[in-house]
Design a protein around this ligand. Sequence first.
Ligand SMILES: C[S@@+](CC[C@H](N)C(=O)[O-])C[C@H]1O[C@@H](n2cnc3c(N)ncnc32)[C@H](O)[C@@H]1O
Length: 230
Amino acid sequence: MKKPVTDSKKFVPALGFHRLTPLYDWVAGCAGYGLRRWYTLTMQAQLANEQRVLDLGSGTGSLAILIKQHFPGIEISALDCDPKILSLASRKAKQAQTGIHFVRAFAERLPYPDNHFDRILSSLLFHHLTQDSKRRAAAEMLRVLKPDGQVHVMDWGRAANPVMRCLFFPVQLIDGFGNTRDNVAGRLPEFFEQAGFCEVAQQQVFNTIFGTLAFYRAAKRADSGLSLLL
Ligand SMILES: C[S@@+](CC[C@H](N)C(=O)[O-])C[C@H]1O[C@@H](n2cnc3c(N)ncnc32)[C@H](O)[C@@H]1O
């Protein structure tokens, strides 16, 4: 049977294979990077009503739904390139009675104007991207973020110990050794710095049954864009 053509650009789906996508929420829950960790990311981001927030690589929409439930006044967009996972996500959001704008696009080319968001949150997207795409996504995040805005990213980071390093191999097998190499080398902050972010820092780490999860933050300089006015 012919596979449906969804887009000319390839991407790694949530669990590495399209047919596993419906199992994603269940796996995330069992693996210990589900609700509790999305909550941690939300707390780290110091969200407030009236902000404009982007969930980048939103998957089944769990993080965006959690945010909207806690901060109904937030205007939230959830972006993912996979139409199949987006339809799961919008069904979940409807059931949860939350108003979320789901957008199908690639992180490397965001369909938003400059200086648009107060916060960008991203959970487990970056290890799906090639090194070039990681750099492009970081540059796009900087572009669409408002001056003084912040990015908060949760993704696989440098393994806390040899056991965590071994536990990470299955993730590398599924999502690709090339895509995950920079994560496990702890290089994500480098890409944010090179894109032009300031105050780049790893905030905390958690060990899970699939390896070490790292939480990063980065900010856009408050005076970004001033040079154009002067
Ligand atoms: C592991 S899932 C994470 C989903 C969700 N953020 C979470 O924490 O459960 C990674 C998601 O990134 C999406 N993705 C992969 N490459 C992408 C790209 N280049 N642009 C946008 N989304 C992408 C996949 O479709 C998938 O839904």
